[in-house]
Design a binder for this molecule. Structure first.
Ligand code: UD1
Length: 416
């Protein structure tokens, strides 16, 4: 397992380019199955989760050709409908392949997905949605088998606006018969990006970015090229890296519209933000002001930045409260931040954070992707050296993290 070694105390300054979005790239790669042909994708982040998705596509018969961030995927020879169990365990989003396989071949077999340990992550909403589309589901020895004669459009209301369930229902129904109306759908920008991509292929999907999505089945989808949207969580992470070091950081290749809830919170914490079309510059005070945050489905504050903001507020002036409303145990990283001197107490869904100046370098372990990133953020201001172990979790979601931070002036190196 590799580790990061960070010497804290450097003020970050300069420009950093945001990569393509992980959470948009994953469902779009899955969706390439739907046209049984070639797709060219640009701005694909070179990260472990994306590699895992390529691996699955290859194992079911697809071909993936890579040239930096440009990827050509040929799904004309896909001939297997089972998602390999070990890859399914590695990454929860592999469940998205199920919707694409069902959409194209009317069958799929998979096991319960794995992924970061941030609380129970059931797939009941995905399954209920599939059933509403006329798909028969059989569970046997931990495997789920889906079969349908035909995919037939229906009205589906989600109990909760789940991102994955919304994506899976769209993928399963866009080549079906009739119209599917999905209500209480998730509104995340990554879903908008998936719909934009599918519509460019010839799908007929209305209501992207709203909680009512209408999917009118079409017969065929064509070969296209597509540019993946920028990663709003990575963008938020680098803005916070600037904020925690009292620095001045400009992120480029970003979409400020997607980052509004993050910009608002940073402003509330006394940072100054200059927003332009594709760039955002943050000018931070020496220490941020305490603020309260509640994570919510989009356009609320994203749960994926909860830990990153906790790291920032741990060094702020005063007491902040974070309430996690999406995942029930997304505070595993707190123990590690506290080892560095942070004063965070977790009570059920709340984290009570008493800001302190006394953050020290320590030997810590990343527990999940975003929790691990929070440790990196904290280490940037810690006194002395921090060793972050198990960074493979972090590398699942951040492209060239040490290179980008070094470019901004951080003292960080990776050791295998
Ligand atoms: C996606 C994102 C993840 C983000 C999350 C919430 C990807 C690859 N991952 O994950 O980074 O943190 O959205 O914004 O895009 N739930 C159920 N039953 C289901 C499905 C979900 O109860 O069938 C619950 C989950 O346990 C969780 C909540 O709904 O409490 C949100 O999950 P969901 O929106 O589905 O998240 P993911 O799609 O897994």
């Amino acid at each position: 397992m590799s580790k990061f070694i960070i010497q804290g105390g450097k003020r970050l300054e300069g420009e950093v380019k945001i990569s393509g979005s992980k959470n948009a790239a994953l469902p779009i790669i899955a969706a390439t199955i739907l046209n049984s042909g070639k797709t060219t994708l640009y701005n694909v982040p070179n990260i472990q989760d994306v590699q895992t998705m390529f691996e699955i596509v290859k194992q079911i018969g697809g071909k993936v050709t890579k040239k930096n961030n440009k990827i050509i995927i040929d799904t004309s020879k896909v001939h297997k409908y089972e998602i390999p169990e070990e890859l399914m365990r590695k990454m929860r989003s592999s469940v998205i392949l199920a919707g694409a396989l069902i959409g194209k071949y009317k069958k799929a077999k998979f096991s319960y997905p794995g992924g970061c340990d941030i609380g129970s992550r059931p797939i009941d909403l995905h399954i209920k949605g599939f059933e509403k589309l006329g798909i028969q589901i059989r569970e046997d020895h931990g495997k789920i088998e889906c079969n349908a004669e035909e995919i037939i459009g229906n009205q589906i209301n989600l109990d909760f606006p789940s991102v994955g369930a919304t994506e899976n229902i769209i993928l399963a129904s866009c080549l079906g018969k009739g119209t599917t109306i999905l209500t209480n759908a998730a509104k995340e920008p990554e879903i908008e990006d998936l719909i934009k991509y599918l519509n460019k292929m010839g799908a007929k999907i209305k209501g992207a970015g709203t909680d009512r999505i209408e999917i009118i089945g079409v017969k065929k989808l064509s070969e296209i090229s597509y540019n993946i949207m920028p990663d709003r969580i990575e963008a938020g992470t680098y803005l916070v890296a600037g904020a925690i070091t009292g620095g001045r950081v400009k992120i480029t290749n970003a979409n400020p519209m997607h980052i509004e809830p993050i910009i608002n919170k940073l402003e509330e914490a006394n940072c100054k933000l200059n927003v332009e079309k594709n760039t955002i510059e943050i000018i931070a005070p020496k220490r941020v002001k305490a603020i309260d945050i509640k994570t919510m489905p989009y356009p609320g504050f994203p749960t994926d930045l909860q830990s990153i903001f906790a790291a920032l507020l741990a060094t702020g002036k005063g007491t902040s409260v974070i309430t996690e409303n999406i995942f029930e145990s997304r505070y595993k990283y707190v123990q590690e931040l506290n080892r560095m001197g942070a004063k965070i107490k977790v009570e059920c869904r709340n984290a009570i954070i008493k800001g302190t100046k006394k953050i020290q370098g320590a030997n810590v372990v990343s527990t999940d992707l975003r929790g691990g990133a929070a440790l990196v953020i904290e280490a940037l201001v810690a006194k002395g050296e921090t060793q972050i172990n198990n960074i493979d979790y972090i590398l699942r979601g951040y492209e060239k993290m040490e290179e980008k931070l070094r470019q901004l002036g951080a003292d960080i190196r990776k050791e295998e």
